[in-house]
Design a protein. Structure first.
Length: 252
């Protein structure tokens, strides 16, 4: 059984069809890519899976459970986390606090315990901060834990956004153009970083990326969209030779 499945998924904005009849099946484990030119519908897919949008047709299933109408916080609690094409960190908060925001969904203390600063709340807070620092150490950001997130170099901000997603304890990670704005060296480092976290945390990862070099070298299966339609799916070598894919990226 696939970990995540979409069945005949449609998304329309008024008279504009952003996505049409998407049938996506992502097995548990591994790295998978969702690619296509600008306006192909890739980010719309992520917004639907993560609950930011409700589809106009079709269904979404997570580990056999229908999550089509689930809100974002419920989807996060089920084990699906995401990053964004345009980085959405809390720039005025510290690096550590950004990770703690992601960890919040796993907290167990009640709001009464938090308001009254009860011992169980203080114990949980200490444990969460320790976990946050351990996660930052694993992603190479422990040394800047108390710096404002908005002051970090761009590549470190990308890494921090992934760390915040990891703090939610996901099984499935959606990466929306993680290499956007990175130079070639930073992109190579990112490829190795994604491989490391996939193995370390036993994640299933779905990547949107315009950088074909990245997805061809990283992903073992690709789905290609163009104007909301699936035009190809398969291993990278097959997709690279597909005439429809070539036309979509390079024109006739």
């Amino acid at each position: 059984m696939s970990l995540l499945t979409t069945e005949h998924l449609d998304m329309r904005f008024g008279g504009l069809s952003a996505l049409e009849d998407l049938n996506l099946a992502v097995p548990d484990g591994g790295l998978y890519g969702l690619i296509g030119p600008n306006g192909a519908g890739k980010t719309t897919v992520f917004n639907l899976i993560s609950g930011f949008l409700q589809p106009t047709g079709g269904r979404i299933f997570w580990d056999g459970q229908d999550i089509t109408s689930a809100p974002p916080h419920r989807i996060t609690a089920l084990g699906i986390a995401r990053t964004f094409q345009n980085i959405r960190l809390f720039g005025g908060l510290t690096v550590l606090d950004n990770v703690l925001v992601g960890r919040h969904c796993r907290g167990r203390a009640s709001w009464e315990a938090a308001v009254l600063k009860l011992p169980r709340y203080r114990r949980e807070e200490r444990a969460v901060r320790d976990q946050g620092m351990a996660l930052l150490a694993e992603v190479g950001l422990a040394d800047v834990a108390r710096q404002p997130a908005g002051k970090l170099p761009y590549g470190h901000q990308r890494r921090l956004e992934i760390a915040r997603a990891l703090a939610t304890e996901p099984r499935f990670l959606l990466l929306d153009e993680p290499a956007a704005g990175l130079n070639p060296q930073e992109t190579l480092e990112l490829i190795e970083f994604i491989r490391e976290i996939q193995a370390r945390y036993h994640l299933t990862i779905l990547v949107i990326e315009h950088n074909l070099r990245l997805v061809m070298g990283l992903c073992r299966h690709l789905t290609v969209l163009d104007h909301g339609l699936t035009i190809a799916a398969g291993v990278p070598a097959e997709v690279r030779r597909n005439p429809q894919v070539i036309r979509a990226y390079l024109g006739k």
